[in-house]
Design a protein around this ligand. Structure first.
Ligand SMILES: NC(=O)c1ccc[n+]([C@@H]2O[C@H](COP(=O)([O-])OP(=O)(O)OC[C@H]3O[C@@H](n4cnc5c(N)ncnc54)[C@H](OP(=O)(O)O)[C@@H]3O)[C@@H](O)[C@H]2O)c1
Length: 336
């Protein structure tokens, strides 16, 4: 049994990870700045009661360091959705670097970080450039071993938890014409949240067990590793939104005429932002979706094929997808 720290251990993917950790008998420290979890499933009330919640307060290094004391593994899912109110993804990367350094100093043995597919420090997309900056800090921080998971999107369990899919369905249910930027031919290969949690859980194991030289088993420390966190379906955006439209019974057409720039599409969604008080489409997000970088770096990773299908999930939850709008700003910024 290990003591494990999870940033956002009662938030989205961290909540599903906490369930796996608790079921395996580990003790979980949730590092969070939320006053209350947004949802509990799949955790039972008895699971939540076992989780120790401590503040994820980057301004108080002493407290953050002592929160990590005695932990064997740190899972860092911490990130910011948008550059907002003067905060930036580069600053978020610096905060991750600080967390990694504190973890190493108090003796954490392994750190698992959620990055993004094709993250490079010189990327023009600030979200993934920041991820690459944080990943570089992890590689050089001196912790005994680390793992990096690379998702490009996470969906499931419920429609409400999957903001991108839900809000696209919300729009599809209401408009006669759904326009995509560019040709709509770039692929998107997200992972189901339960598969994401399982991958993180596996990446955080401290040892590998082998058949030993004698008749017993031996275990050895795990090396550092970096893996894609992608699912088996990689539809083009045109295929994806057509599928979504059909699944929710939308009557309008989904078109990618090829000449519409992302900036025009984001401008067209501004009335929705005004109505909902949200940011439906962040220009950078949309550019990233159309960049060809939202697919696995290692398509031959065999684990990808055994994961849950995005297109089947859309059909399963289609009666509830897009009935209600889900605000990212409320989820990530106001409901704290
Ligand atoms: N969801 C996706 O589609 C997607 C796609 C690509 C990569 N990823 C990456 O995968 C990881 C997990 O994603 P997730 O969707 O499961 O994230 P999440 O649980 O909603 O949030 C992950 C962590 O970031 C913190 N956080 C988020 N917004 C914050 C804010 N405005 N201020 C302070 N803390 C904030 C959360 O803190 P609290 O506990 O305080 O909420 C939590 O510790 C993230 O690193 C994300 O960048 C996700």
């Amino acid at each position: 049994m290990a003591r494990v720290a999870v940033t956002g251990g009662l938030s989205y993917s961290g909540r599903y990870l906490s369930k796996l950790l608790l079921d395996a008998g580990h003790s979980v420290v949730n590092l969070s700045s939320r006053s209350a979890p947004l949802a509990s499933s799949p955790l039972l009330a008895s699971d939540v009661a076992k989780v120790q919640t401590l503040p994820l307060d980057f301004t108080d290094e002493r407290k953050l360091g002592s929160a990590l004391e005695g932990c064997d593994v740190l899972y860092c899912t911490y990130w910011i959705r948008f550059a907002r109110d003067g905060d930036t993804h580069s600053a978020a990367a610096d905060r991750c670097a600080k967390l990694f350094d504190l973890a190493r100093r108090v003796g954490v043995q392994r750190i698992v970080f959620t990055s993004h597919t094709h993250a490079r420090e010189d990327s023009p997309y600030a979200y993934i450039a920041g991820k690459a900056q944080a990943a570089a800090a992890l590689r050089s921080c001196g912790v005994p071993s680390y793992a990096i998971a690379r998702p490009c999107g996470i969906f499931g369990d419920t429609a409400e938890e999957s903001i991108l899919m839900n809000n696209a369905a919300w729009v599809l249910r209401r408009v006669p014409l759904f326009l995509l930027a560019g040709t709509g031919q770039h692929r998107f290969q997200p992972i189901h949240v339960r598969d994401m949690a399982q991958l993180l859980y596996d990446l955080g194991r401290l040892t590998e067990t082998d058949a030993g030289a004698g008749n017993g088993l031996s275990s050895r420390s795990r090396p550092s590793e970096e893996r894609d966190a992608c699912g088996p379906d990689a539809p083009t955006s045109l295929e994806l939104f057509k599928h979504l439209g059909r699944a929710v019974g939308a009557r309008g057409a989904v078109l990618a005429p090829g000449f519409l720039p992302t900036r025009l599409i984001t401008k067209l969604t501004k009335p929705i932002d005004w109505w909902t008080g949200d940011v439906l489409l962040d220009g950078d997000d949309l550019d990233l979706l159309g960049s060809g970088l939202t697919v696995a770096e290692d398509p031959d990773d065999l684990a990808i094929r055994s994961r849950r299908s995005l297109l089947s999930w859309i059909e399963q939850v289609s009666p509830t997808l897009g009935n209600e709008y889900v605000s990212s700003v409320r989820r990530y910024y106001y409901a704290r």
